[in-house]
Ligand binder design. Structure first.
Ligand SMILES: [Zn+2]
Length: 639
């Protein structure tokens, strides 16, 4: 069979300028990610639509068509973005053709409203278009979020154009973008980055260079101290130092990671090396000193900020779900730019941990911040804004995270594979069908629960072609067979390449060993010193009080050998780990006891069951820990 007519580049990031390109088509067909996508369709999306209607996000638009508009509902000027993010997710659902009628109705209603509410000059924002608004458009660039709004509108529009062939939103977004190109030709920048990524994508979609130039200008205009706010300092907005000179990721976590992802997009299309050097430096520093073991970013509730190097407290982790999505967006662009597998290791760590934990098992409740520990006497904040609910909540007054989860779930297939001339790269593993220029594959696997992957060639181009398989950083001793024959060759920089002439029916089997791992932390990371985290494959585990009946989770003392030799059990479609631990209550109730010369280890052992971190908090509010005490620092060997 010869090369088939390949569909145009697809995916959310449609660049042909990097080291690798997105593949034209991938679809998730089974396993955990498929379960997540089904849950998104059947539970999270209907729930989100209901909440958006109830909270007034739709009414904020429709009221503007009335003679005497009702007041804007909600506290924030960016509530249109929650509609946009939902529309972006719906474009994937509707493009696949299997969304129920109420979903299509919602999409049609909101698209119709946006077309009608948009001002004559292209401006669109239901907060500032309010005749009663005290602030006028563009008066408050630091807090107005108007370009952040435009960014999400563009992303929804591009998704609708690509997935559904519906250009209505693209026309709306294009008119607004053209207004912004004119208004911001010389000066000005938005307090909340996001539009940079979107403008570059609009450039990719339309070929209109002005969008790319403006995105580049928005990256480079930061650092001049233009964004003034009565509460937040300049670093909150990444406006205290020029982007290229930032010593480290800093300030508001979501802003920082969206900005970096947008800068990576600008680099992809311009090849501006000094921008890339800054991005690589910032990325490496973030991974070395500012990411939680779950991949979460943001250590401070105050200003939703990233914090200092090694400032990573577990129980006070902010680790906002939106920041997790932003880090994945940044990671994917760095991967497209370089072909580097290290970015995908982080992408996957975030996906299965810091991102996935943000949603309840039933798909209808959300964390906004994602701590790594819950203390037994944890006091839930209460009040109208916080809902006073014990764990995940149905919605928020600032509901940025739920619709962000929706759109990201819907587009997960865009991040499974990539290609370059003569090669298909499998970036992550899931039961899926992947179509590329040279190879169409069916992939079957129970990943991330186990590391066996079977790939069947369904169509192959003539001539030799490389299948390049990502070997995650945690996987040691991965093996590959082709049609039952062992493939010789070691992974290089996280990739294992099998190059040959392929035929339909060829079968490749990849085995990624998945032993249980014990992770410590850098000595400077005070918050988790003397503690250990349990992981298997891409999943970080935690212990919840429900699974440790014989000892308080805070009293568990777990040695590395016991973790590595954990009992691996399948339970309810997941994998849980049974770990032998000591029950070691504090020797004294004193907060700061004087230390004895030696401290003996308790002899009573208990079994602690570790569950995937992303599943915690689905069985009621009890204590939870990712980091568990370990006897490593007692100076005595574990018995
Ligand atoms: Zn959020």
């Amino acid at each position: 069979m010869t090369s088939k007519q390949v569909k145009p580049l697809a995916g959310a990031v449609r660049t042909a300028s990097g080291a690798v390109r997105p593949v034209p088509g991938a679809r998730i067909t089974g396993g955990l990610l498929h379960h997540w996508q089904r849950r998104n369709s059947t539970a999270t999306i209907p729930h989100t639509i209901e909440q958006l209607r109830a909270a007034g996000n739709v009414a904020n638009l429709s009221r503007l068509l009335e003679q005497d508009p009702a007041p804007y509902r909600g506290r924030y000027p960016f509530l249109d973005t929650d509609l946009y993010k939902t529309l972006e997710g719906l474009a994937y659902e509707l493009g696949d053709g299997d969304a129920p009628e109420p979903v299509r109705e919602f999409y049609e209603e909101v698209v119709g409203l946006l077309e009608r509410v948009q001002a004559e000059d292209g401006y669109l924002n239901s907060f500032f278009q309010d005749p009663a608004a005290t602030r006028k458009p563009w008066q408050d660039l630091a807090w107005g979020h108007e370009l952040y709004n435009l960014g999400h509108l563009i992303q929804a529009a591009v998704a609708a154009g690509r997935r559904m062939g519906d250009d209505r939103l693209l026309r709306v977004a294009g008119r607004f973008a053209d207004l912004v190109v004119e208004r911001f030709a010389e000066t000005g920048v938005c307090g909340h980055p996001e539009v940079e990524m979107a403008l570059v994508e609009l450039y990719r979609e339309t070929g209109e260079r002005a969008y790319l130039d403006l995105a580049g200008a928005f990256v480079d205009r930061r650092g001049a101290g233009q964004l003034k706010h009565s509460i937040f300092p300049g670093d909150y907005f990444q406006d205290h130092v020029p982007f290229r000179e930032l010593p480290s990721v800093t300030g508001h976590a979501v802003r920082m990671a969206y900005l970096a992802a947008g800068a990576a997009d600008v680099f992809l299309e311009t090849g501006d090396r000094s921008l890339f050097e800054a991005l690589e430096r910032l990325w490496d520093d973030m991974v070395a000193a500012k990411l939680y073991v779950t991949g979460g970013l943001g250590s401070r509730h105050s200003d939703e900020a990233i914090g200092d190097r090694y400032e990573l407290p577990s129980e006070r982790a902010y680790s906002e779900t939106c920041a997790a999505i932003a880090v994945m967006q940044w990671a994917w662009r760095m991967f497209l730019a370089t072909g580097g597998a290290k970015y995908l290791d982080v992408f996957e760590r975030v996906l299965y941990n810091a991102y996935a934990v943000g949603l309840s098992a039933d798909g209808k409740a959300f964390f906004y911040d994602n701590p790594l520990q819950r203390r037994p006497d944890h006091e839930q904040r209460s009040g109208a804004e916080d809902g006073g609910e014990p764990l995940r909540r149905a919605w928020f007054g600032c509901p940025c995270c739920p619709p962000n989860i929706v759109r990201w779930m819907a587009q997960l297939a865009d991040y499974l594979a990539a290609e370059r001339d003569g090669a298909l790269l499998v970036a992550s593993y899931a039961s899926a069908r992947i179509e590329s220029a040279g190879l169409d594959l069916a992939m079957e696997t129970a990943y991330p629960w186990d590391g066996d992957v079977r790939l069947t060639v369904e169509r192959a181009a003539d001539g030799p072609y490389a299948l390049v398989l990502r070997i995650p950083g945690w996987a040691r001793g991965a093996t590959v067979t082709v049609n039952g024959e062992p493939h010789a060759g070691d992974p290089e920089d996280g990739w294992l390449t099998v190059e040959r002439r392929w035929s339909a029916g060829d079968e490749i089997r990849l085995a990624l060993p998945m032993p249980v791992r014990a992770h410590g932390s850098h000595p400077s990371l005070d918050a988790t010193r003397g503690a250990v985290a349990v992981a298997r494959g891409p999943l970080v585990y935690c212990v919840e009080q429900q699974d440790s009946p014989a000892a308080a989770v805070d009293d568990l003392l777990v040695g590395v050998p016991e973790i590595v030799n954990a009992n691996i059990e399948r339970r309810d479609g997941t994998v849980v780990l049974g770990v032998t631990a000591c029950a070691a209550p504090p020797p004294s109730a004193e907060l700061y006891p004087e230390l004895p010369l030696e401290q003996a280890l308790p002899e009573t052992t208990v079994t602690a069951t570790f569950v995937p971190y992303f599943l915690w908090g689905n069985r009621g509010p009890e204590a939870m820990r990712v980091w568990v005490r370990t006897p490593m620092t007692t100076g005595k060997k574990a018995t």
